[in-house]
Design a protein around this ligand. Structure first.
Ligand code: COI
Length: 391
């Protein structure tokens, strides 16, 4: 692996001189790979220290057939985005959070990790070297994919003797073909994504291969993706194959009714009273999302959306959310770096389809949070959270 990578490492010192213009249809970007100019590579041997790292032309890498990542899946990946501001400069969104997640994941996967400084510096270098591939403002983003893989050869099951930290990029548009229109999810009852004590909470490559079958089954039936329930009770929401999930519950008042009329608790049949005549507390909009307890990916967009929602006055609860609550929700949306905020139009569970606000359009909470987050990420509004890094 060393020799072959060495061949590639004809260091690309001239990258700043590549033509500014790329021949790409910015209007129709999806989430497919577009080859760009350069990628970053650094290696780490048994001493646990990564080499300085360098930019090399984007292209295939050579690995021993016995590389740890190929045989035993010893690998992590990350995902973050760079946006072009109206003034032409480029904004990164919370790259330190990806560094921390990779460092945490590397411990679980018995791998050395680059330091936060090296990670962030490598991301910056890779984006600058490929700056011409950052889509124009409002036309998409540059998706940044850091990889940490066991690249050394190993036959018996053990940590690999060498690791490669690599970053490549690709301009992207919407992740789901629906774009911002609501997606339709199905709970495939006999598939689970993660179990307690496993690796569901880290961004290891195996978590994604293991959902492909469920995802393909769902797509064949016409759904956008699969929502997984917990493996222990088969009852609590976990996440969608590629993103986290949020559930919005509105009170009657928030739905536009003047008040609530109660039925008796015994027969659920006889009128009791209108709440406004007695003590009744109407709670604000409540958003709930499964708590991070080891089986759910700690999404950076998830974490950011919680803060944005709270800043807008919503109450956000991180706790077990049952499938019954989901089916009774007013609005549901997913978050992730790739999907950003994606409204859910329907959930199908055990043959029953439930539709939410926004099936015809985008739900109000999803729309509000999407706009707030992306305006900040693209530099359209002032970043009062201190989350963006200008390049
Ligand atoms: C991301 O949102 O960055 C992810 O890693 C999900 C991936 C399946 C596209």
């Amino acid at each position: 692996a060393h020799a072959a990578v060495g061949c590639q490492a004809v260091v690309a010192t001239k990258y700043m001189e590549t033509p500014e213009i790329v021949d790409l249809d910015w209007e129709n970007l999806g989430f497919g790979l577009v080859d760009t100019d350069f990628m970053y590579m650094a290696k780490c041997g048994l001493d646990g220290n990564f080499s300085k790292g360098e930019m090399v032309p984007f292209g295939p890498i050579a690995l021993s057939p016995s590389a740890g990542v190929l045989n035993y899946g010893q690998g992590l990946f990350e995902g973050l985005k760079a946006y072009r501001k109206a003034d032409g400069s480029v904004l990164l969104f919370r790259p330190e959070e990806n560094a921390i997640r990779m460092i945490n994941g590397s411990d679980r996967m018995c791998m050395p990790a680059p330091t936060m400084e090296q990670f962030v510096d490598a991301v910056k270098q890779t984006v600058l070297a490929n700056k011409r591939w950052v889509p124009p403002t409002d036309k998409g983003s540059l998706y940044i994919r850091p990889l940490l893989i066991g690249s050394g050869a190993i036959l018996g099951l053990a940590p690999a003797p060498e690791y490669t930290f690599l970053i490549y990029v690709s301009p992207v548009g919407n992740y789901f073909k629906e774009g911002l229109a609501p997606i339709n999810l199905i709970i495939e009852d006999n598939f689970h994504r993660a179990a307690p004590g496993g690796t569901g909470g880290v961004k290891t490559i195996g978590n994604y291969a293991s959902v492909l079958k469920a995802q393909r089954t769902a797509k064949e039936k016409g759904y956008s993706d699969v929502l997984y329930l917990d493996a222990v009770h088969n009852k609590y929401l976990e996440e969608v194959s590629s993103c986290n999930i949020f559930v919005v519950k509105r009170t009657a008042k928030e739905k536009g009714y003047s008040d609530v009329l109660y039925l008796d608790a015994v027969h659920n049949k006889y009128l009791e009273e209108v709440s406004s005549c007695n003590i009744f507390v109407v709670k604000g909009n409540t958003i709930s999302t499964p708590a991070i307890e080891g089986t759910i990916l700690p999404g950076i967009t998830r974490k950011s959306i919680i803060k944005v929602a709270e800043s807008k006055g919503y109450k956000v609860e991180e706790r077990p959310v049952s499938v019954d609550e989901l089916l009774d929700a007013d609005e549901v949306f997913c978050t992730g770096t790739a999907v950003v905020v994606s409204p859910v139009g329907s959930i199908t569970y055990l043959g029953k389809r439930v539709e939410y606000d926004g099936n015809q359009g985008v739900g109000v909470v999803s729309q509000q949070l999407y706009t707030s987050l992306t305006s900040l990420q693209m530099g359209h509004t002032e970043d009062q959270m201190g989350w963006t890094m200008q390049l």
